[in-house]
Design a protein around this ligand. Structure first.
Ligand code: BV8
Length: 235
């Protein structure tokens, strides 16, 4: 078995890796949803102001995700194959879909939460949800009514697993960013952390992202084409 080219790999994915699976990216809609700026819907303030609107925003996306026509694509599967053949691949995604899991990845860190999970403002319970969420559904953990919310990190909220993510970034020798526009922090800053720890940094994206100049290597094109190709090269 030939030695691995890189010992410790961190992969960050964004909405672009799910685009060819039929999941809309944020930029596709110019960051809009039904004429609402996503930053204005994906916030705790919006949820406090109009919980039904925010639930509707996520219920529609959950229904689409659970429909038969949304499936993992070759890029999700190529990452899962690398995870199965390489001992140290840390996969962190900004996406709230479950396509990495359906594509075969068993270790996925959803730093912005998950569409198919709900949390509660009154207790720490995190529960699966495969149907519409509404304000009058009791929390499966504490039974409270009106406290259930999507298990999603909104703008202004702290992303999940940040300590672990930074520890991995500081100890990796390869950082690959896939399908993200590099607009949203702290994810957009991960490439700098990786560079500071001496890692080789690669951007795989349809077009140069906001942070393209910070990457040592770039491959631009569709994820289903450039991701399998690149991961095969480093295996
Ligand atoms: C935090 C869940 C603080 C919700 C999401 C001013 C300056 C800098 C930062 C800020 C600022 N003001 C506020 C901030 C912080 C803010 C932020 O960064 N705002 C931005 C808008 C400026 N960040 C936050 O609030 C974060 N929290 O900072 O907390 C804190 C600190 C301490 C203690 C407490 C709090 C939380 C951010 C998380 C928000 N939630 N998601 C939901 O999904 O509804 S973010 C959401 O948008 C996504 O998860 C994702 O992260 C982001 C969209 O980005 P992308 O994934 O990159 O998607 P996008 O559509 O933009 O790009 C797709 C790319 O794919 C494109 O480049 C395209 O070319 C490419 N592509 C398309 N098709 C393909 C393709 N590539 C390959 N193949 C294809 N086929």
């Amino acid at each position: 078995m030939k030695p691995h080219k890189y010992q410790s790999i961190v992969i960050l994915t964004g909405a672009g890796i799910s685009a060819e699976s039929g999941v809309k990216t944020f930029r596709d809609q110019n960051g809009l949803w039904e004429n609402h700026r996503i930053e204005d819907v994906a916030t705790p303030e919006a949820f406090a102001r109009d919980p039904a609107l925010v639930h509707n925003f996520y219920n529609m996306r959950r229904q689409q995700l659970l429909s038969d026509d949304v499936k993992p694509n070759a890029a999700h599967k190529a990452i899962a194959a690398l995870q199965n053949s390489h001992p140290d691949v840390f996969l962190v995604t900004q996406n709230i879909d479950n396509l990495h899991e359906l594509g075969g990845s068993t270790q996925v860190h959803h730093m912005h939460g998950e569409l198919l999970k709900s949390s509660c403002t009154a207790c720490p319970a995190i529960s699966d949800i495969n149907e519409d969420l509404s304000t009058d559904m009791p929390c499966p953990g504490c039974g409270e009514i009106g406290t259930r919310r999507p298990h999603i990190v909104w703008f202004g909220e702290m992303p999940i697993d940040m300590d672990l993510i930074f520890e991995k970034l500081m100890n990796c020798d390869l950082f690959i960013s896939i399908g993200t526009s590099g607009n949203v922090y702290p994810a957009a800053g991960f490439v700098q952390e990786a560079r500071m720890s001496g890692a080789h940094t690669v951007e795989l994206n349809l077009e140069p992202s906001q942070g393209a100049s910070m990457f040592a290597e770039h491959h631009h094109g569709k994820a289903t084409e450039i991701v399998p190709e690149y991961l095969k090269m480093i295996t």
